[in-house]
Design a protein around this ligand. Structure first.
Ligand SMILES: N[C@@H](CCC(=O)N[C@@H](CS)C(=O)NCC(=O)O)C(=O)O
Length: 248
């Protein structure tokens, strides 16, 4: 039987979400990593449409991190599932998860890129960590064009970044408010897709140790970014995200 293959942009937090779920389920897979822009062709070759993550299995191709989580869940016993069976709890988990996918993921990504793209040396050090050698060489050569393409694609403008910053704060406030009653997990009394989606999609804003392997640690980031990461880490939602990584 051929092995499962996860096609990724390695530092993508949506890929991190899928990777976390696969690891948690103890499912083996090979990760095929690409740089942004260079990912397009491999994604289509793998049977995907445009975005990563794409999971290639002997039984078919699964696109989208949430679909990947659902696919993994179908193979787990109820008590290990990320989406509980009980209807009202499941609805709560899905509401959180959709909110993080829709609001938090794009916002932390744009905010993070706004710092990373400003300095060529830093950007290449971060983006190039796990990149195939030829993709990295091409990225270096074509950096001004690649930078412009990524920045435009993600809407990295002062107004866009300000909107994303406000969105991260709004999500963190809501998560903090939910946790104020002392609960350990966002929905119910065990770890679910809500927690996994929050921690992984908040990772660019929290830079927990478990994510540093993919994007770099706090000390590699510019001072203004570091200060904001530290401020977010100090919030109840930030502490929660870091704790989930520690317990991973
Ligand atoms: N809803 C998707 C979002 C995935 C996503 O935004 N992937 C980004 C990387 S973080 C991507 O592939 N961007 C490349 C592109 O848009 O071409 C999921 O949950 O998997």
């Amino acid at each position: 039987m051929s092995r499962r293959r996860l096609v990724t942009i390695p530092f993508s937090h949506y890929c991190e979400k899928a990777r976390w779920a696969l690891d948690r389920a103890g499912m083996s897979y090979d990760e095929e990593m690409h740089l942004p822009v260079f990912h397009s062709l491999p994604v289509r070759r793998a049977g995907g449409t445009r975005m990563v993550p794409v999971l290639v299995t002997p039984h078919g191709v699964i696109e989208d991190s949430t679909r990947i989580l659902e696919w993994i869940d179908a193979m787990l016993p109820e008590e290990r599932r990320l989406f509980p069976h009980e209807a009202s709890l499941r609805a709560e988990v899905c509401r959180w998860e959709e909110r993080f996918d829709r609001d938090l993921g794009p916002a932390t990504r744009r905010w993070g890129y706004s710092y990373i793209l400003t300095d060529r040396t830093r950007a290449l050090a971060i983006l190039g960590r796990h990149a195939p050698a030829w993709e990295f060489a091409a990225l270096k050569l074509a950096w001004p064009a690649a930078r412009a393409l990524i920045g435009r694609g993600l809407g990295v403008s002062p107004e866009g970044v300000a909107r994303s910053f406000a969105k991260v704060n709004a999500v963190f406030d809501d998560v903090g408010a939910a946790l104020a009653d002392g609960r350990r997990y966002l929905a119910g009394d065990r770890f679910t897709a809500a927690d996994l989606a929050f921690a992984s999609l908040a990772a660019p804003a929290l830079l927990p140790d478990g994510y540093a392997k993919w994007i770099g640690g706090l000390d590699e980031m510019p001072p203004a970014m570091r200060a904001q990461v530290e401020a977010w880490r100090a919030t109840p939602a930030g502490q929660f995200g870091v704790r989930l990584y520690d317990e991973r």
